[in-house]
Design a protein around this ligand. Structure first.
Ligand SMILES: [Cu+2]
Length: 408
């Protein structure tokens, strides 16, 4: 193994084993793998291990160089480890979904009585997350801070589960690539007491839906109605929807609109956007953050075949409440989906840590419309009713700032 000590003190490992056939290149490429290895997850598992090795190497060395390098005691070894949902033991799963339900029953903690008349749909602590996401939707997607804002957002939610609702584990994630062929058959959605709750009740005789923005017509999924059994089957959603097709949307942004939590698991989306092939090629074929973040969200105009990206695929592939651009955090599954998105960004960063740890690109408005200033790492990211503002630069390292976690 070779390594380089840079002026900043950041230490970067170069894995000789990763360089086979890629002379001069620092990161693995899709062309290092066969289409079969990319499709079956072998390539993704391989590069995620490389990323972890880089992360560990950097962590092990930066803490021994000198006190100025890092102010945190967090290391690769003592970091909390986020695991895929299906690898959690049953007791932890139950502890997690019970805490998520608890958060929906707790009163708001940040909204003041003076503010509450303007937010009639905010009834719970969980609703404060939904309202905050609604409020900033056009400033946190297709922007410079898409990955960073959502990383911080799900971290706050994880901390609330622990501090307010007795969760003793770590935030899990949902690797939808394991379920891309048939998400309705995923172990996450069996509907038993240890699942993430069932699919929505099947609604027959539905017609195809046209999405104007993407100019895509998609078939109905395998559910469509209320979550029927398991955790969240008695959940009442209070806010949204704001952007659902073929559905009455609210008339005002924070309107009180009580209804059941709905899902409509839909292989039409996951079979295209959430496969290991799309996941892996998006990860390896986009060496610039500008491309990586836009392809991940389906905003890359040059990539017309990838209109939803892995991010949009997870939302639309779950369907129901998760399909609403603004109010999707109403479904706790949002936080597992964004755990996977955060894992994906973390892998991308760690595959070339020196270049990628702190790189950002873009403005703070969706598609830069209306035009706004290029963001910098000194900008403060707003968290509304969730928590105080956080400096962008403090959200770039999962072993630094407020964080001390890594993925498995
Ligand atoms: Cu979002």
């Amino acid at each position: 193994m070779m390594y380089t000590i840079l002026a900043t003190g950041l230490l970067v490992a170069t894995l000789a084993s990763a360089q086979v056939g890629v002379s001069g290149a620092q990161t693995p490429q899709s062309s290092d793998y066969t289409p079969q290895q990319i499709a079956d997850g072998t390539a993704f598992n391989n590069v995620s291990r490389m990323a972890l090795e880089n992360m560990q190497y950097n962590s092990d060395h930066r803490n021994t160089i000198g006190p100025s390098i890092t102010t945190t005691n967090c290391t690769y070894e003592n970091a909390q480890q986020r695991q895929e949902w299906r690898t959690l033991d049953p007791a932890t799963r139950k502890n997690f979904t019970s805490a998520a339900t608890c958060l929906m029953k707790l009163p708001p903690t940040h909204m003041t009585t003076a503010e509450s008349p303007y937010y009639p749909g905010v009834k719970s602590r969980h609703d404060e997350y939904v309202a905050t996401h609604i409020n900033y939707t056009l400033n946190i997607h297709d922007t410079a801070d898409f990955f960073a804002w959502h990383r911080m957002f799900i971290h706050f939610w994880e901390q609330d589960l622990k501090n307010l609702c007795g969760y003793t584990g770590v935030l899990p994630y949902w690797n939808w690539a394991l379920d891309a062929a048939a998400p309705q058959d995923s172990p996450l959605f069996t509907g038993d007491a240890y699942s993430m709750g069932s699919n929505g009740k099947y609604i027959a005789n539905r017609t195809d839906t046209w999405l104007a923005l993407q100019d895509v017509t998609f078939p109905p999924g395998t559910g469509g109605g209320c979550v029927l059994s398991g955790p969240f089957s008695n959940t009442t959603v209070h806010l949204g929807p704001l952007d659902l097709p073929n559905t009455p949307n609210v008339n005002s942004t924070f309107q009180y609109n009580p209804r059941c939590l709905a899902r409509d698991l839909n292989p039409y989306f996951t079979q295209t956007y959430n496969t290991y092939t799309n996941l892996t090629t998006t990860l390896l074929d986009n060496i610039y953050i500008s491309n990586f973040q836009s392809v991940s969200q389906g905003y890359d105009a040059a990539n017309n075949a990838n209109k939803f990206g892995v991010h949009g695929g997870g939302h639309w592939g779950t369907g129901g409440s998760m399909s609403d651009f603004h109010s999707s955090p109403a479904d706790p599954l949002f936080f597992l989906h964004h755990g996977m998105i955060d894992r994906f960004w973390t892998i991308w960063q760690n595959l070339d840590l020196y270049r990628r740890q702190n790189v950002i690109s873009g403005t703070s408005t969706l598609g830069n419309s209306p035009p706004s200033a290029e963001m910098t790492l000194e900008d403060m990211l707003p968290f509304g009713f969730v928590a105080g503002d956080v400096r962008f630069g403090d959200v770039m390292d999962t072993l630094g700032g407020a964080f001390c976690y890594r993925y498995d």
